[in-house]
Design a protein around this ligand. Structure first.
Ligand code: COA
Ligand code: MG
Length: 287
């Protein structure tokens, strides 16, 4: 699966921002037709997003579109406008049932069949940002093989729950972890919540590092400066790579001596630490 360390949202109403985003060499850019677009501007945003997909050079960047809620007339019109341009992925907002994904799956399948494109070539990403979405996580994660990632939406979730957003993130500790855990259980990527204070890059970096600790592989972002920081934060550091190499080297020596568990730098190492080290090297493209 392609890395999505940073997924940058760009309002579908702004050709200037879409054009800028296309040239940033990011993992994923997501043209937004949902929350960043006012009801009166949906039609214009659709047309502009389609134009951006048709005309802009995104280079290696994944071309993704966030459509409106599955099953709605808005979402139907969104797909009718953008599917002919073969986006790489579709993000579905407020997913609260497997049926929402199956609805989208069918629309994508129809487009792929009618254009003669690779079946399953357009990926789906599900935003988990409602109380029901969290409660039904496992049903949603297993809905379709087209699903590649679960993205967590803290703002919408807390609006739905009726709680409050705080800088501590304590109100989302459970659902944010549950999304990472469920994604891992189903072999999907987990993409962390948006950090709305886009001028506070230190706060953003801290939240991205915390997400990596929880098992997230990337972060949804709203500003180019955040995107750069996210791509760094979700890339293994030199220290992490060096440590992983030492673990695997020590493992080979221990195995040669017939030992499954051994000590390295004052800490016990066995199966899980070896698996973690292998994961780091794989993410760094070394293994
Ligand atoms: N994508 C592409 N370019 C962006 C961008 C984005 N998401 N956010 C900002 N930029 C551009 C600006 O256009 C500006 O470009 P310029 O220097 O060529 O003029 C540059 O980056 C610096 O922007 P800045 O002045 O710091 O921010 P702003 O005040 O223009 O915009 C926001 C702030 C939050 C309104 C804007 O970042 C935004 O719209 N983000 C996306 C919101 C969104 O899609 N939300 C829905 C999903 S949660
Ligand atoms: Mg939203």
């Amino acid at each position: 699966m392609r890395p999505r360390r940073a997924l940058l949202y760009v309002p579908g109403t702004s050709m200037k921002m879409m054009s800028k985003a296309a040239g940033l060499d990011l993992d994923t850019v997501c043209l937004d037709l949902e929350d960043a677009v006012a009801l009166g501007q949906k039609e214009e945003a659709r047309a502009l997003a389609a134009q951006a997909l048709a005309e802009l050079d995104f280079g290696r960047t994944e071309r993704c579109v966030r459509i409106n809620e599955a099953g709605s007339d808005l979402a139907r019109a969104d797909l009718a406008a953008i599917l002919p341009l073969h986006p790489d992925a579709i993000i579905l907002p407020k997913v609260d049932s497997p049926e929402a994904l199956l609805w989208a799956d069918e629309m994508l399948l129809e487009a792929e069949s009618s254009h003669g494109w690779t079946i399953g070539g357009i990926a789906l990403i599900a935003l988990i940002e409602t109380a029901m979405g969290v409660v039904r996580l496992a049903d949603i994660a297993g809905a379709t093989p087209r699903l590649q990632a679960l993205a967590f939406g803290a703002e919408d979730l807390m609006a739905d729950v009726g709680g409050k957003r705080t800088p501590s993130n304590r109100e989302v500790a459970y659902p944010r972890s549950a999304v990472a855990l469920t994604a891992a259980a189903f072999g999907l990527q987990a993409l962390d919540q948006v950090f709305v204070a886009y001028k506070d890059l230190d706060g953003f970096r801290a939240e991205a590092e915390e997400a990596a600790i929880l098992g997230y592989q990337g972060k949804q972002v709203i500003h180019p400066a955040q995107a750069q920081v996210a791509q760094e934060a979700f890339t293994p550091s030199e220290e992490e790579i060096a440590h992983a190499r030492r673990v695997l080297e020590a493992m080979r020596e221990a195995q040669a001596r017939g030992k499954g568990v051994f000590a390295l730098e004052g800490r016990m190492v066995d199966g899980p630490m070896i698996k973690a080290a292998q994961r780091i090297l794989a993410r760094a493209g070394i293994l």
